[in-house]
Design a protein around this ligand. Structure first.
Ligand code: TYD
Length: 208
């Protein structure tokens, strides 16, 4: 998918396997940007809009039975379409920074590689949802799977998948980083949240 610049705002997505610590990094990044005087919209996927939060319940609910892979792809894409239209694009047009906890690359890694749908197929299924509104930079917080699995809960439908699923997701993120070196940066998620935050800031130095 090709990125089209939207006004002068900046769009950052944080990605990683479950338990990688990316949500903490989103908060720390948003706080650091505000301290530098930027207006920041913080959001997350799936969710970030009333419709998206409803989709989140459907997608992550443990009592929803088995969704087909294609249904899962399209539901994540539907939530994303609403988030782009209602939150991300308007904020970028106002010239704000948008910090998003997961975005398209989650679908490429989890559904594309984890579920085996294929990166290109998932990318195409998201074209209308994203409509060129791609992050300026996506930061993957890289964490050894064994460490992340100890950290994360087993709460939702996707988190409860077995280890081989999460191994494929981790492999998916590595593949995405190789495929899209211009827009994806990988930082080590080991050490303290403050150490990881410093790495995130270093990766964004030119944008800031
Ligand atoms: P997340 O909100 O990071 O979980 P938590 O807040 O419990 O740490 O993500 C929810 C789950 O949804 C996570 O397992 C990844 C998955 N997911 C996909 O499979 N595809 C997607 O496109 C997105 C956005 C998330």
């Amino acid at each position: 998918m090709t990125r089209r610049a939207v006004s002068h705002g900046r769009f950052i997505a944080l990605e990683g396997i479950d338990g990688s610590g990316k949500s903490t990094q989103c908060r720390l990044l948003a706080q650091a940007l505000r301290e530098r005087g930027h207006t920041v919209t913080e959001t997350r996927e799936p969710g970030g809009t009333p419709f998206g939060e409803q989709m989140r319940e459907v997608l992550l609910g443990t009592d929803r039975g088995a969704l087909s892979d294609a249904a899962e792809v399209y539901l994540f894409a539907a939530a994303r379409a609403q988030l782009v239209a209602q939150v991300v694009r308007p904020a970028l047009e106002r010239g704000e920074w948008v910090v998003c906890d997961r975005f398209l690359d989650s679908s490429l890694a989890y559904q594309g590689v984890g579920r085996g749908v294929g990166i290109d197929a998932v990318d195409q299924a998201n074209a209308l949802a994203v409509a060129g509104c791609l992050p300026d930079v996506t930061i993957i917080v890289d964490m050894p799977l064994a460490v992340a699995m100890v950290r994360r809960g087993l709460g939702d439908r996707i988190e409860a998948e077995g280890g081989s699923f999460h191994e494929r997701v981790a492999e998916g993120y590595r593949e995405l980083a190789t495929r899209y070196p211009d827009r994806i940066r990988v930082v080590s998620g080991s050490d303290t949240p403050g150490d990881v935050h410093a790495r995130v800031i270093a990766e964004l130095a030119t944008l800031m």
